[in-house]
Ligand binder design. Structure first.
Ligand SMILES: [Zn+2]
Length: 700
């Protein structure tokens, strides 16, 4: 942080560059534009293979990316750090590999300060940049932790939607630029993320027709069209500050290679090698035109941008503009985390790629770019490479922290709608017989299918694929747990119990397992057994919605209204429209004699529920006991208005209404009392007879 403090001091004195005379990027920036560093555009291209762009292959048409590559510096061997959206982006924005920033799969949360590095946007914001991000897919929603430091972080996908098109995102980014574009003394850092090439592949016209045979490439062509609009506008508006730009893929797509259709399971080139182009305004030193063929990690995006901003001398050394040769690393941990399979890491040095996943594979990328011939046994990787891999794999992912696993059900569904199903807890340890993911490709389809149906709540449909997985991979805890839950929801208590037992043998400490098993026991009426399980889950992770709801219901049945109310309050805090829960809370608070609390809950429920709100009678009773007669009258009138003749609540509503009429000295009170008598039942008749209000002179 000392370096940062120096950099900030320098910026404050408007002479940021004089402080670090050794930095070539600083010298370059000075030459270009004096004291103000350039505006910076980072565009991340989701699910874009390196060979799916026009400057590398014949098929796709990406004229805008090609033009940028032609005048900039392009990297033929750029590698993502992980084949999943969030961990890959977290690396670009922190400069760290996933083992160091800590997020190993989508759906986990980046902790505020990864050890050793401040997030990029925070550094730039402190360094005088305006910062804005426009992201297009839910895996990057602000709740997962990438938004810190961004003045603007736009992740509005629309109600229930989990992604938006490159066109929609570009429109928003252009509107932002028009309003807040870079000024001569005020550079901008703009990050735009495009999600289109992620499956399902549904490009807009005219790309849909043009790429009818390969809609994945159609998505990339459509994205490039939008990229062109963004680049042109950014370039024009940044004339005063000068500009730099990075276009980079977050990861690729398997497209069937090595048995992988999508991404996330394996570490082969199709998903790990990505397009990477850096470019800048005229006169930017070191930015091409040209091609660099040494392997580089996309985590260097961080260092490159830091160097361009003149913020941290260390950034310049690791910048992509003058990369030092290094062993490039990467990982794919989702199969380990979710299925208990081998953890996987890769190392690339020069032209040799080594994958370690229980066994070691070695490929010569120069002569064998599709990794068809495993050279293991014939070519021994260098000692440094082996050491780097061992070091990387020494720190296996562990169970998520409490905050990680507290995704709301809605958020889980949005992630799942994109094909991501963040599993539960990590295995406590690597099983000695853990399968190698590359030998289990025949299960990928059933795993994807089972998970997708499960999260769509098609439990009957999820059974067959999950049973096939469990038959071939009996130690797959995720499949066992999903089977257990599916059987439970389908009403098969015995079958569910079998699978819960199997899952418990595999993951005895799993919080997810305890949560689901507790809810299962509750579902079949075993509340006494369910309560301690659910309570223990909440002790470790207080944020789980379904568990809070389950335990609240149990406490209510036990007659423990204060504890039920306390749990329900937490449920309400986690829901976007908790109308029914607020109404239940009102009833619980009534039961504990908390009239003001009950009224507050009822009023909030009523404002959310509108005409569906069905507790006007209880509300009227509360207002009456709070001696707020006008509100009591209104609530009771609403209750009477919606209660049909013969409804069991009607006599009480009429009785209470008569009381209020008398207390308010309404001219019509006699009529209200008469109606209360006419409809009186066994409960209200004695009340009417006893009630002193009705013996007053203006009564009957
Ligand atoms: Zn992605």
């Amino acid at each position: 942080m000392k370096r940062l403090a120096t950099a900030l001091f320098c910026l404050a004195s408007l002479a940021p560059l004089a402080c670090s005379p050794g930095s070539s990027s600083n010298a370059e920036a000075t030459a270009k534009s004096g004291a103000v560093p350039p505006s910076i555009l980072l565009v991340t291209l989701d699910t874009t293979r390196a060979d799916a762009v026009g400057y590398e292959s014949k098929g796709p048409e990406t004229p805008n990316l090609d033009a940028l590559a032609a005048r900039g510096l392009r990297f033929s061997q750029a590698y993502t750090t992980a084949p999943q959206t969030f961990p890959a982006h977290a690396s670009m924005l922190t400069g760290l590999y996933p083992k160091d920033h800590g997020v190993r799969e989508n759906g986990r949360t980046l902790q505020p300060e990864p050890p050793g590095r401040e997030p990029l946007a925070e550094l730039l914001a402190k360094g005088g940049y305006r910062t804005a991000a426009f992201v297009s897919g839910f895996p990057l929603a602000h709740g997962f932790g990438l938004a810190s430091g961004f003045e603007t972080y736009d992740d509005e996908f629309g109600a229930g939607k989990a992604e938006r098109s490159a066109k929609a995102t570009t429109d928003l980014a252009l509107a932002y630029l028009q309003k807040n574009g870079p000024a001569a003394d005020h550079p901008l850092f703009l990050w735009v993320h495009y999600y289109d090439p992620h499956d399902p592949y549904e490009p807009p016209e005219p790309f849909r027709s043009r790429y009818a045979k390969d809609p994945y490439l159609g998505e990339i062509a459509a994205m490039d069209h939008e990229l062109g609009r963004l680049l042109a506008d950014f370039e024009t508006r940044s004339a005063a500050t000068g500009w730099r730009a990075i276009m980079v893929g977050d990861h690729g797509e398997g497209r069937g290679e090595h048995g992988e259709a999508f991404h996330g399971h394996l570490l082969y080139q199709g998903t790990m090698r990505v397009p990477l182009v850096v470019a800048g305004s005229a006169g930017s030193a070191g930015l091409g035109p040209g091609t660099r063929d040494e392997p580089v990690s996309t985590r260097r995006v961080f260092d490159t941008i830091v160097a361009w901003a003149g913020l941290e001398a260390a950034g310049a050394e690791a910048s992509l503009v003058s990369p030092k040769p290094e062993i490039v690393l990467g990982e794919a941990m989702m199969p380990f985390l979710d299925y208990g399979w081998q953890p996987q890491a890769m190392a690339i040095e020069n032209r040799i790629k080594v994958i370690r996943s229980g066994v070691t594979e070695v490929y010569d990328l120069a002569s064998d770019p599709h990794e068809r011939t495993d050279l293991a046994g014939r070519a021994e990787p260098k000692r440094e490479v082996r050491a780097a891999l061992s070091d990387y794999l020494a720190k296996l992912p562990t169970s998520p922290t409490a905050s990680d696993s507290s995704l709301s059900e809605e958020d889980r569904k949005r992630l799942a709608s994109l094909g991501y199903v963040a599993g539960g807890d990590a295995p406590a340890a690597l099983a000695p017989d853990a399968p190698n993911p590359k030998d289990r490709t025949e299960l990928f389809r059933d795993l994807d299918l089972g998970s997708a149906r499960f999260v769509r709540e098609d439990y009957a449909g999820a059974l067959a694929p999950l049973e096939r997985v469990a038959a071939k991979d009996p130690n797959n805890a995720s499949a066992r747990l999903r089977l257990a839950v599916a059987w439970s929801i389908l009403g098969k208590e015995g079958k569910a119990a079998e699978q819960f037992a199997a899952a418990r043998r595999l993951r005895p400490d799993s919080l997810d397992l305890r949560a689901y098993e507790g809810l299962h026991l509750l579902r079949f009426g075993h509340e006494a057994q369910a309560a301690p399980l659910l309570a223990s889950v909440l002790a470790a992770d207080p944020g789980r919605l379904a568990v809070l709801e389950g335990l609240a219901a149990i406490r209510e049945h036990e007659g423990n209204a204060p504890e039920a109310a306390r749990l329900l309050e937490q449920v309400i805090g986690k829901k976007s429209a908790p109308g029914p829960e607020l109404a239940r809370l009102g009833l619980l608070r009534m039961a504990t004699g908390d009239t003001p609390g009950a009224l507050d809950a009822f009023e909030r429920a009523r404002s959310l529920e509108g005409d569906r709100f069905g507790h006007d009678l209880e509300m009227g009773v509360c207002y009456l006991s709070a001696r707020r007669f006008v509100e009591a009258r209104d609530a009771l009138d609403r209750a009477i208005g919606r209660l049909p003749a013969g409804h069991p609540d009607l006599p009480m509503a009429l009785f209470k209404r008569a009381e209020v009429a008398v207390l308010l000295h309404e001219p019509e009170s006699a009529g209200h009392i008469r109606r209360a008598w006419e409809r009186a039942d066994a409960t209200t008749r004695p009340l009417l007879e006893r009630d002193t209000l009705f013996t007053r002179p203006n009564g009957s």
